[in-house]
Structures are given as structure tokens and as C-alpha cells.
Design a protein around this ligand. Structure first.
Ligand code: ADP
Ligand code: MG
Length: 499
């Protein structure tokens, strides 16, 4: 066998890609890098690099058998997969490295198939670009030179929002990694390899919710651990005030007592050198004494500007996990849950409609629901898809431009089971007229074309015909509930097509 590690791994990826969702593939396999392929007789050992310890644990737990089968398929029965967990570190001499590596030997000693298993694991750390093997089980006793004996534990107001709990957080592919890591941390703050834990991702995707869920979980337990949630802006303001009032020592001491420190939106530390420096020292003190640090940022660490390298690199010592835009199922589940929680009575159609159309941001999803509720209360009308389309028009504009008149004609004709060219022909058969009017109605609603252009696409008809069609459809929506639900159904299908 004369495969390169890249080729071998690419073949594996081909197989894996066909077996799991795109999202999972992107999250779990795209970041892995093939390192080497060593052959010894019948044995072929492929080593891939994992970006963090957490990957190793996750792959072992969720993809063990897939990986095993895949490697056997690509490399033959003598194929073995090795993992290198490479953690970039800058100051190993400070004794931090032990804290961030911990290998549970799930498949190692206690499973009979281990020695035959194609999947074997090994953790490697690279302090200076060099890789070397470390023991599989690392105890990580952390000494704490900064803990000042005799500090009285004061009661700390955690500043948490009690609504942000794990219970209320819907899990989806988009946030699975972040959520599992968060839960693991909540169960053992300071005791996992994810310290610090940095959660990053766009606005309104649940970062604040999830990092506070860790806090609420710990606060609800009776471990007596002190929890503090603070935004980086508030941290900055309070630090500036501390300087003004000559109370920096107190400020700094206060933070050093916290067992679980959660700092939201650390990108706002950008450019604030003094604050960063203070935070740097607090970070070191907490981390060294095995306290848990949880951070969030609105972008990946490498894109955060104005933060000192030494601090940025610390942000990445533990685990950096992203939250992504939720898929349709997750959006629907979130809406379902929210409407239940708020006691809003909304039909499944409406929820689907909203989930289809509002895609990029969970805060916006929630906002949409509240807006619908407000309108229905004000107008004393039930929330239906027509209302949703109208009320949320400004939020869903984006989808409007992506449909063409031809696509609308096609879908509408499909719906009425008539040949598509009839809507452009001269015929005045009843069912054709209806399909034509409905298609014109949606062309006006969902595209940006002028009435004249729409008319032209319907066999060169006049713009007044389009106006008439539109009025006729609107009248029927008002007067005929059956017709109305038919229009909603077609509207939904069109929205789906527009995605
Ligand atoms: P971010 O901090 O990423 O900007 P937030 O945590 O403030 O986002 O989330 C915005 C809103 O969406 C919050 O009300 C939050 O409760 C809600 N939310 C976000 N993700 C989820 C989820 N997966 N399940 C339930 N609610 C969510
Ligand atoms: Mg936030």
C-alpha cells in the first residue's frame, strides 16, 4: 500500500461524509488533519490530529464504530487510527499543561477488542511545535500560588438570569458541541479539561443563555461554589471605577474568590489594555487554583481584535466551541417551546412558517413570536399564516427576491395539476384561470417585479389583469376559508422552495 496520509484520510472522509449529517461532518471531521501513515507489514497506522481533547472524547463516544468500519474499509483489516491531540501552548514552563489534558481510557484497558481495534488513541501536546507522547491518564493537580490563605468567602451576587437554564435550551446540531461541553463543565466546574471554556458565534445564537446555564446549574447545586456572571463591559466599567476610587486591590481580590467566573462578550476587551492586564492576572490566579473560567465572544478567537496575544492564547487553552445558525428543525423546536412557555396559542403551520422564514438568529425568532402575539391581541384575531406573512414582512423580505415568476408558475400549476404553459396561454377554463390568478398573486407578493413585467410573463397580459387577479384572490381569501387555507398551503410550499 503506497497511500499518502492525505489520500488515505480523504478516502475515509468520503465514507464518513456519506454517513453523517453535513453539520456533524463540518463540526467533527473537517477540522481533523492527517499527519502520517505508517506501514509495518500488514499494519497500517494512520494518525490524525485533533484540535482538542474534547474532540477525542466526542469521536470516541459518538463515532467509534463508524471510524472503525471506515478505517478497515480504506486500509484493510490491518488498518488502525491514531489520534494526536495537539494543544498549542505558549508557557508550558508555568506548569499549566497538565490541567488541560485528560484522557479517559474508555476503550483502552477495559475493553477486550482494544488491541485489535482499529481505533487507538494517544495524546500529544506541542509546547514548542514539537510533539511528544504523554501518559494516557493524567492527573492534574494544580498548585495555587495565588490563593491567599485566610480570605473570607463573601456571599457573591451571581448576577445570573434564572431563566437561562439547560432545561430551557433546545439542543440542535448547531449547538451540540457547545451545549455538551457546557453541561460537562456545569457538572464539574474546574474539573474538566475545558478550562477556560470559550463559546463563540454570531449574535442571538444562544451564547449568553448557555454560559449562564452553567452558572445557574452550579448555583443551584449545593457545592457552595461562588458563581459570577459579568459582561466584559461591566467588568471594564467596574475596573475603571475601582481605579478612580483607589480600590483596585479590592476589585482584584473580589474576582479571585470566584469559583466559576463567566465573562460574556470578551471581544469588548479589545483595545482596553489596562483592563486586559487586570483580567490577565485574575485569569491566571483562577486558572492556577483550578477555578473554572467561562467566556463568550461573538467571533472566533483569531478574529478578535485588540487583545494581547498572551491573553488570546489563554482563551484557547481549554476548549473553544462555536454555536452556529440553527437548522429548520431546531428553529421549529425552539419556537414550539417558546410558544408553550409563553402560553401563546399558535398553530403548527404558523410556527413552521416563521421557522422557514427567519433563519439567522434565535433572538429574532423570539421577537417574531412576540410580535405576532401583540398583533393578534390588538386586532383580536387568531394568529394565522396570512397574518404572519403580513406582520413579519420586513423580516422575511430576503426570501422574496429568490423566487422567479417561472418557479411560482411551476409550483402553482403543480398544485392544481395543470400543465404549466396553460397559465401563459389564452384559455379561460375555470381551473386554469384560478391557477393563473393565484400565480399572479404570489408573483406580486414574492417577487420584486412590476405589474407590467408580471403580466408579460403570463403570456403578455396587461398589468390591469394582474391587478384584477390580485383583487380577486384577496376577496376570496376574505370570504372563503377553504380558499384561504389553500393559499396558505401554496404560500408555505413557495417559501420552502425559496430557501
Ligand atoms: P447571544 O448571547 O449568542 O447573542 P442569547 O443567548 O442572548 O444569544 O440568545 C438570544 C435569545 O434566544 C435568548 O432569549 C435565548 O434564551 C434564546 N435562545 C438561544 N438559543 C436557544 C436555544 N437553543 N434554545 C432556546 N432558546 C434559545
Ligand atoms: Mg450574548
Amino acid at each position: 500500500m503506497s497511500l499518502s496520509p492525505e489520500n488515505a484520510w480523504n478516502e475515509c472522509l468520503e465514507i464518513i461524509r456519506d454517513n453523517i449529517s453535513r453539520q456533524s461532518f463540518r463540526t467533527w471531521f473537517a477540522p481533523l488533519k492527517p499527519l502520517k501513515l505508517e506501514t509495518e507489514g500488514e499494519l497500517h497506522r494512520l494518525t490524525v490530529q485533533l484540535p482538542s481533547q474534547f474532540y477525542y472524547e466526542w469521536l470516541e463516544e459518538h463515532y467509534y464504530s463508524l471510524l472503525r468500519k471506515t478505517v478497515t474499509k480504506v486500509l484493510g483489516p490491518g488498518g488502525r487510527l491514531f489520534y494526536d491531540v495537539v494543544i498549542e501552548k505558549d508557557d508550558v514552563e508555568q506548569g499549566y499543561e497538565g490541567a488541560s489534558l485528560h484522557l479517559p481510557a474508555r476503550h483502552a484497558a477495559n475493553e477486550p477488542h482494544t488491541t485489535q481495534a482499529p481505533v487507538t488513541r494517544r495524546a500529544v501536546t506541542s509546547p514548542s511545535g514539537r510533539t511528544h507522547e504523554i501518559a494516557a491518564q493524567m492527573a492534574a493537580p494544580v498548585s495555587s500560588p495565588f490563593v491567599i490563605p485566610g480570605i473570607q468567602k463573601v456571599q457573591v451576587d451571581s448576577r445570573l438570569n434564572p431563566n437561562y437554564t439547560f432545561d430551557r435550551f433546545i439542543e440542535g446540531d448547531c449547538n451540540r458541541l457547545a451545549r455538551s461541553a457546557a453541561l460537562a463543565i456545569a457538572q464539574r466546574p474546574g474539573g474538566t479539561s475545558f478550562n477556560p471554556f470559550l463559546m463563540y458565534g454570531g449574535v442571538g445564537l444562544g451564547k449568553t443563555h448557555l454560559i449562564q446555564a452553567i452558572g445557574n446549574y452550579v448555583a443551584a447545586g449545593n457545592s457552595g461554589q461562588s458563581v459570577l456572571y459579568v459582561s466584559s463591559e461591566r467588568f471594564t466599567t467596574e475596573f475603571v471605577q475601582a481605579i478612580q476610587h483607589n480600590r483596585v486591590a479590592e476589585f482584584s481580590l473580589f474576582y479571585r474568590q470566584i469559583d466559576l467566573l463567566i465573562i460574556d462578550d470578551v471581544q469588548f476587551f479589545g483595545g482596553k489594555e489596562k483592563t486586559q492586564e487586570e483580567f490577565f492576572h485574575i485569569f491566571n490566579a483562577l486558572h492556577q487554583s483550578g477555578k473554572q473560567i467561562v467566556l463568550s465572544a461573538d467571533r472566533p478567537p483569531k478574529d478578535i481584535h485588540g487583545i494581547e496575544e498572551r491573553l488570546l492564547s489563554r482563551f484557547q487553552w481549554g476548549l473553544a466551541a462555536d454555536v452556529q445558525v440553527p437548522d429548520l428543525e431546531t428553529r421549529t423546536a425552539i419556537l414550539n417551546r417558546k410558544s408553550e412557555e409563553d402560553g401563546i396559542d399558535v398553530s403548527h403551520d404558523v410556527l413552521e412558517f416563521v421557522a422557514h422564514n427567519i433563519k439567522s438568529n434565535i433572538r429574532e425568532l423570539e421577537g417574531a413570536l412576540i410580535r405576532l402575539l401583540a398583533h393578534s391581541t390588538l386586532r383580536k384575531r387568531e394568529i394565522d399564516v396570512t397574518m404572519a406573512r403580513e406582520v413579519l414582512a420586513d423580516l422575511i423580505k430576503e426570501t422574496r427576491v429568490t423566487l422567479t415568476i417561472e418557479e411560482i408558475q411551476q409550483l402553482v400549476c403543480d398544485y392544481f395539476s395543470i400543465p404549466e404553459d396553460l397559465v401563459r396561454a389564452k384559455t379561460r377554463k375555470r381551473e386554469v384561470v384560478q391557477a393563473r390568478q393565484v400565480a399572479m398573486f404570489f408573483s406580486k407578493q414574492l417577487t420584486q417585479h412590476s405589474l407590467k413585467t408580471i403580466g408579460l410573463h403570463f403570456g403578455g397580459r396587461d398589468h390591469s389583469t394582474v391587478i384584477h387577479a390580485n383583487q380577486s384572490v384577496e376577496n376570496q381569501i376574505e370570504t372563503d376559508p377553504k380558499f384561504k387555507s389553500m393559499i396558505e398551503e401554496i404560500g408555505n410550499r413557495l417559501q420552502l422552495r425559496a430557501r
